[in-house]
Ligand binder design. Structure first.
Ligand SMILES: Cc1cc2nc3c(=O)[nH]c(=O)nc-3n(C[C@H](O)[C@H](O)[C@H](O)COP(=O)(O)OP(=O)(O)OC[C@H]3O[C@@H](n4cnc5c(N)ncnc54)[C@H](O)[C@@H]3O)c2cc1C
Length: 392
């Protein structure tokens, strides 16, 4: 029996494998991954100091344990170099394999800024547990208690790292071209609240400017900013975003946009080839709009639906809105950002209730299509979720 081959061993790949196994005890599954296949929760990487965890302690199951749990063969340290949708084969660094169905779950790659300077290649980014291990080793050589960390990008991940590092005695500087942190996701009032909380927590915010170069300097790195300032850091972390990994999909001539385009069932443009996770670009509404959705909730929804389709019950992916929980304990936020197409014509409305700020986004028809709240907790989240789609 030719197997279902899954490329990757991240949250997307393992969620799908688990769902398939729930539905079909006999399906042959082959997982091929370039890494060592250990299972970890990636969101923990940006608050691992708070969890007091070393990289190795974040891995909850090894590849061998995962193989047993999901009933799959797992080829680790094996890179897929190409796949052929006509012959239905996958070429890897350790041989060629035939598939019945193929699932691409190769994730995304960190965007690299074009920085000047002789140390621009020393800038780190964290999108994998191995990256986190490298980051932690650079941060704490010789058991140093406190390091200076320059973080480029005050989006979700940059802010989470800054808060986590500051809590644990490190000096974090957050650099971003926008006037406030989290500007792409949060209402202005909440971005300002986060800015104030991070500042009060000891994070140095350099907003309205960007890093232009990184050079070796005595005892660390000199980071030059576009506004003429410079700062010295022991570690420079880039958190400017991720780009879906399209290398294999484009070589196999699958339809791609920002990600690998999938239909409501998670099917790519090639027969018997599916994609999910950070590499995919999903249909997000009935008007044919598509978007990458680089979060856990869409992965779980896609995994459930694709598993059903793969095991014989055609099922559409049910992408319900779910809030993004921003892991900044200094200012805990929950956000459902308004859809991109609604932003220009809509408006934010802000309400304060004691020390809580609630922002609701209404589209041009007066329908609530997004919100943000801080401090967040589950009851207020649920109330706001229930109000989505209703008129003002
Ligand atoms: C620091 C951080 C914090 C986050 N926090 C949150 C959060 O709080 N909430 C939330 O919802 N989301 C969060 N996210 C996003 C979420 O973690 C991701 O959406 C999710 O983990 C992506 O999983 P994936 O399986 O699609 O990709 P990945 O985890 O990147 O897995 C890709 C896999 O593909 C393999 N691979 C790639 N190319 C090949 C190849 N050619 N051959 C073989 N194998 C290959 C890799 O080795 C890897 O195993 C966070 C992300 C980061 C980086």
């Amino acid at each position: 029996m030719k197997p279902i081959i899954i490329i990757g061993a991240g949250m997307a790949a393992y969620s799908l494998a688990r769902e398939v196994r729930k539905l079909d005890k006999a399906a042959a599954l082959l997982i091929i991954t370039a890494d060592d296949g250990g299972f970890y929760s990636k969101p923990m990487l940006s608050n691992a100091f708070a969890q007091k965890k070393l990289a190795a302690q974040l891995v909850s199951q090894s590849a061998v344990q995962m193989a047993e749990q999901v009933g799959a063969n797992i080829l680790t340290k094996t890179r897929v170099t190409h796949f052929d949708t006509g012959r239905k084969v996958v070429d890897t660094s350790s041989g060629t394999f035939e598939y019945a169905k193929l699932v691409i779950a190769v994730g995304a790659r960190a965007i690299r800024l074009g920085l000047a300077g002789d140390a621009s290649d020393q800038v780190l980014s964290v999108n994998h547990i191995d990256d986190y291990a490298t980051f932690r080793a650079r941060l704490l050589p010789d058991q140093r208690a406190s390091a200076r960390v320059a973080i480029i990008g005050a989006g979700l991940i940059g802010c989470e790292f800054a808060d986590d590092l500051a809590t644990h005695g490190h000096h974090a500087t957050l650099i971003d071209p926008n006037a406030v942190p989290l500007s792409a996701l949060a209402a202005p009032a909440l971005s300002q609240g986060l800015q104030a909380a991070l500042s009060a927590h000891g994070v140095d915010l350099r907003l309205g400017t960007t890093a232009t170069g990184v050079e070796h300097a005595e005892g660390g790195f000199k980071v030059t900013l576009a506004n003429g300032d410079a700062l010295v850091a022991d570690v420079v972390l880039s958190a400017v975003g991720l780009r879906p990994d399209l290398t294999l999909a484009q070589a196999a001539q699958l339809a791609t946009g920002r990600g690998i385009i999938v239909d409501n069932h998670g099917r790519t443009s090639a027969a018997d080839v599916y994609a999910l996770g950070d590499c995919a670009e999903y249909r997000i509404d009935n008007q044919g709009r598509t978007s990458p959705l680089p979060y856990i909730a869409p992965i779980l929804a896609a995994a459930r639906a694709i598993a059903k389709t793969l095991t014989g019950e055609d099922t559409e992916i049910d992408l319900k809105d779910s809030p993004v929980i921003v892991k900044t304990p200094s200012y805990p936020l929950a956000l459902v950002p308004p859809p991109q197409h609604a932003v220009a014509a809509g408006r934010w409305e802000t309400e304060t209730d004691g020390d809580r700020t609630i922002c609701r986004f209404f589209d041009e028809h007066g329908v609530m299509v997004g919100f943000g709240v801080a401090p967040q907790e589950s009851k207020i989240r649920q109330t706001l979720m229930a109000a989505l789609g209703t008129a003002a």
